[in-house]
Design a protein. Structure first.
Length: 563
């Protein structure tokens, strides 16, 4: 037996030992629950045989019987709560076999090489990760209309959608090898039972904490949640160690598959994560805030990572792989899968309904500069001038006092460095205006935006992948922390400068795959605007910005079109 086989065997045995420890905790809890009933049976049996007779023992017998009945009722309550609670299932995009036969064939071939059961299905997640997800809990089987007979189904393989577009087929197979290998331990009865026990406890706790419960129903659920919390606290260490051992055993088993590619493939995982994060925060987020969702995020990550490979010498050469077959070719309709994953990403990271509608519409990359970048700049410039109007700042154009100009902004901020100056007053006004606009604007998940928001009781979205996350508001995973007033002011001033450059100097809105909205002058991106704007906003020094405007040919006294 090789070292790999020995390591895998040791890891599997350790995982099974931890699973048995979890099941023993369940058995002990059950034993404690039936102990009063057992004592009551012994006492009544002794009384029937003439032992332990007398009024005192009769009182003891009936008291123990009452305690036993109460404990059994509580045990049934907790058991029903655990059985009926729906474990939180990861929001994913299902991939049916008819939509990706080549991908299913790759996964099954991989499972055969690893000598493990093949996953029962495949789904995509809008993130840079892959895992196996058990969806065999009784409540989930009922909700999905699956058969309730005994027997454990193989877990679902969840694949990060950016991997399919950036990775090549061989790289994807190498990355999925240790994940698919995990179906082996998942098929072990003890490990499967231990996982269902832990997930049931976790779901019961979440169910008890859900808002909107009446007193009649809430009190029993709260008690069941308290008992489940005690049991889960006792299980936590064993469960974590079991999963660690399962991961170690799966990794050891996967050593025999595409070993030479695994290091390279892991490098691509890190690169994909970096590009995906930049794409979401710099490119997708501005569109989401305007009620538009880029419909080809996964295709965009290829462009972002190609650009990163061009700029970063550490990533140099990664783009050369793009001549090989991409893993997204394993899908019959990559564009449809990309759009579904992109919409789910918008919902998870920003919020929004399950379908497009008024105020929540898709946008492709060709439309992005005009429909997102230009609109964003002009919306922020308009807000900046509204705040200036509120502060009583006069318009700067002598010819037409009603038109907005960049000169008005610069004159107000010039010489305003230090605390308490008009820059600080304007920043506070911008921050308040942004908060007010965000509070007054209907959210993308509202019915006026074409959808009921994400699922939940009464939403009518029985197959909504977000239904299991409860009725709480989105986003589940916010991308950026709140911005300060000074940061918002700098953004608004930069937007005003960009509008003036477009309207008076022939510049154009553009898209940088790594940095988001970009100003193009003569077809080239100008990335040197931030420093002059900060000098004006923070120090009240207009000279760096004046020099920049003169270099580009921007007329600060000319009117700017706003929205």
């Amino acid at each position: 037996m090789s070292g790999i086989d020995v390591g895998e065997e040791l890891g599997a045995r350790a995982a099974q030992a931890r699973a048995l420890s979890l099941l023993r905790i369940r058995s002990r809890a059950l034993a404690v629950a039936i102990l009063p009933a057992a004592v009551a049976v012994v006492l009544f049996a002794a009384g029937a045989q003439g032992h332990l007779a007398g009024p005192a023992w009769d009182t003891v017998r009936w008291t123990v019987l009452g305690v036993a009945v109460v404990v059994l009722l509580v045990t049934v309550l907790v058991a029903v709560s655990v059985a009926r609670a729906r474990p939180a299932m990861s929001p994913t995009v299902p991939v049916p076999e008819e939509g990706a036969p080549d991908l299913y064939r790759l996964v099954r071939d991989l499972a055969d090489r690893l000598d493990v059961p093949a996953p029962s299905a495949i789904a995509l997640t809008p993130d840079c990760d892959s895992w196996l997800e058990d969806r065999t809990h009784r409540a989930l089987r009922r909700s999905e209309g699956a058969a309730a007979e005994a027997g454990d189904a193989a877990p679902v393989l969840v694949i990060g959608s950016p991997f399919l577009w950036w990775m090549r087929v061989a790289e994807l197979r190498a990355v999925l090898a240790p994940v698919v290998a995990g179906t082996g331990p998942s098929a072990h009865p003890d490990i499967a039972a231990a996982r269902r026990f832990v997930r049931g406890l976790d779901a019961s706790i979440a169910d008890a904490a859900a808002p909107g419960r009446g007193a009649v129903r809430g009190a029993p659920l709260a008690f069941a949640g308290w008992v489940s919390r005690l049991l889960l606290r006792a299980c936590r260490g064993h469960a974590a160690e079991m999963e660690r051992c399962v991961a170690a055993a799966s990794s050891m088993r996967a050593q025999t598959v595409d070993h030479g590619l695994r290091i390279s493939a892991q490098e691509q995982v890190g690169l994909a994560y970096a590009g995906w994060d930049r794409l979401l925060t710099r490119v997708a987020l501005p569109a989401w805030r305007m009620g538009r969702w880029p419909s080809r995020l996964d295709a965009g990550v290829v462009s972002a990572l190609t650009e990163l490979s061009r700029r970063d010498r550490l990533a140099d050469g990664f783009a050369l792989r793009l001549g090989e077959r991409p893993a997204c070719d394993l899908l019959e309709e990559p564009g449809v899968a990309d759009e579904a994953a992109s919409l789910l990403a918008a919902r998870l990271f920003h919020g929004g309904p399950a379908e497009s509608g008024p105020g929540w519409a898709p946008v492709d990359w060709q439309q992005y500069p005009d429909e997102v970048v230009d609109r964003k700049w002009r919306t922020e410039a308009a807000r900046l001038h509204r705040v200036l109007d509120t502060l009583g700042v006069p318009r700067a154009s002598a010819a037409d006092p009603a038109v907005p100009t960049l000169a008005r902004v610069m004159e107000h901020l010039s010489g305003s460095g230090g605390p308490g100056g008009p820059g600080e007053e304007l920043a506070a006004g911008i921050g308040a205006a942004v908060a007010r606009d965000e509070a007054e604007a209907p959210g993308p998940g509202g019915p006026e935006h074409g959808g009921p928001g994400h699922g939940g009781p009464g939403s009518g979205a029985a197959d909504d992948p977000l239904d299991l996350w409860g009725p709480g508001p989105l986003p589940l995973f916010p991308l950026q922390p709140p911005r300060t007033g000074t940061e918002l002011l700098a953004d608004h001033v930069a937007a005003m400068v960009c509008c003036a450059a477009v309207d008076t100097a022939g510049a154009a809105p553009g898209l940088d795959w790594l940095d988001g909205p970009a100003l193009l002058v003569g077809g080239e991106r100008r990335a040197d605007l931030a420093a002059p704007v900060l000098s004006l906003v923070e120090d009240g020094d207009p000279d760096p910005l004046l020099s920049w405007l003169a270099e580009v040919g921007v007329r600060s006294d000319k009117p700017v079109r706003l929205v």
